[in-house]
Design a binder for this molecule. Sequence first.
Ligand code: PMP
Length: 345
Amino acid sequence: NKTFDVNAWVRPNIRAMQPYSSARDEFHGTASVFLDANENPYNAPYNRYPDPMQWRLKEKVAEIKGVPKECILLGNGSDEPIDLILRAFCEPGKECMLTVDPTYGMYQVAAEINNVTCRKVKLTSDFQIDMPAFLSQIDDTVKAIYLCSPNNPTGNSLNRKDIYQILDTFKGIVVVDEAYIDFSSLPSYTKDLSKYPNLVVFQTLSKAWGAAGIRLGMAFASPEIISVLNKIKYPYNVNQLTQEKALEILNNQETMKSQLTLILSERTRLQQELTAIPCVRKIYPTDANFILVDVGDADTVYQKLVDQGIIVRNRNKVVLCAGCLRITVGTEEENTALLNALKTM
Ligand code: PMP
């Protein structure tokens, strides 16, 4: 098994700093009078600060995901851990993160906000990692690699042997963003966490779980990496309402599963019916809840859909995606409306 010395990779100032602490971090006994945090004593149940470590919710996540609770960081969407990894491991103005192109746009935005260089290696024409080019971009300044599988906006899963080769060869942090994993029949990389101490897996309640509105993202990694992220996160980064609602949603897995079944069958129907539409030139394979579709003149088709009140994502200007729209799988009625609109173009 690989080794990963977190202290050798974390930014020196982060290693040296003391995190914010509250009286309740140190207090583990029983008490009934809490006059330590300058809260309003009335207006229960939201007058108190929430559990900064979200242990009740983490226990549920641990049970569902089969990952120990010490290996979980919860955040304000997975956009939060995307940022935290950069802040923990990449020195602003000096160091880099490495990813592919096209992929989820927030990796580059978060890197730019942190003044960290985002190196991007173009995917192959079948949207896989160009391994010789990718590996050649790894040098001493690259501290983290971000991979998204299934990938946004292409929809496909990245080849597993490539991801394992990157995990085997790169010594720094390797993020695998699995926002869309629930729509895929492939296993999660969470099962590889004990073998790869430099692996970080992201998941979210925003997609299959139907809870984008409550903002709950999950990062899974070694307890050592999670400790570093805990040290730099905002103390109360997941609010009380979100913690409670997330627990309720996770306790009702049947709802998610039945909606997932509907989404997957609608995805298949969309894939089939799109092939018969004249403006559709190519439908790319997908393991996610969206389909990348080459419609030729994407700007015109996009505008005509907007005119009919239908919004999709125009990816015409994105590398390797010229002519493409990224279409989210909606309800049966929404998908039928989309198909009918496309038929007129
Ligand atoms: N990762 C990927 C690949 C995504 O597509 C998205 C949402 N568009 C996110 C992360 C962000 O998800 P969240 O709502 O959990 O912040």
